[in-house]
Write a protein that binds this ligand. Structure first.
Ligand code: IMP
Length: 190
């Protein structure tokens, strides 16, 4: 059976495909001819993941899953949350986004935060969601040059190095996206 992963990131697609039974063939948005921007207008991470999966089902007819991720910082009302990509403006500039977080947290010692990934799956007419959370702290400065997004300022609980300093393998083991993806895979394997 064909299942759409609502992404055009072929690396993400290959990674998940490798973990699935051969009976499930993952296809990208491009593969089904979906080249338009899918609306992401929900005020929540979960809502956006569901909106994307439902859009594909409604417009293209395929079973589908979609993911959405955000960084939630307790001291600033769970910002940037659903606005993580564009926190400092439309340019989606990771450095500017981190600078904005660091300046908002200046002088604040409570720096608890979490990354949250929600995967919404529409399968055989039913909606299922899988949530992966990784808790940690926002550092005082950027550290490390691996990864992407907010990785240089996120120190996962139990670690002395940021997401941008540890290996990708390690990040996938303890990270939000890895945890949500594992739940999806377990469900699809059943
Ligand atoms: P998306 O929903 O995967 O596109 O993620 C939205 C935004 O959250 C990205 O543009 C990044 O700013 C941030 N983000 C998502 N995942 C990560 C991560 O693993 N590390 C750091 N930042 C992330």
């Amino acid at each position: 059976m064909k299942l759409v992963f609502a992404t055009n990131n072929l690396n993400k697609l290959k990674e998940v495909q490798a973990l699935l039974p051969a009976s499930i063939e993952l296809v990208s948005l491009k593969d089904i001819g979906c080249t338009e921007d899918i609306p992401e207008t929900s005020p929540t991470i979960e809502g956006n993941a569901i909106q994307k999966a439902e859009y594909v089902k409604q417009h293209y007819g395929y079973d589908c899953f979609a993911d959405d991720t955000g960084l939630e910082i307790t001291a600033i009302n769970n910002e940037p949350g659903v606005y993580s990509a564009r926190y400092a403006g439309q340019a989606k500039d990771a450095n500017a986004n981190m600078d904005k977080v660091l300046s908002k947290l200046e002088g604040i010692s409570a720096r608890e935060a979490q990354f949250k990934t929600v995967i919404a799956l529409i399968y055989n007419g039913s909606l299922h969601t899988f949530t992966g959370i990784c808790k940690g702290q926002i550092t005082e400065t950027k550290q490390g040059d691996r990864g992407f997004g907010y990785d240089p300022i996120f120190l996962p609980d139990g670690y002395t190095e940021t997401f941008a300093q540890i290996s990708l393998d390690e990040k996938n083991k303890i990270g939000h996206r890895g945890k949500a993806t594992q739940q999806l895979i377990n469900f699809l394997k059943q």
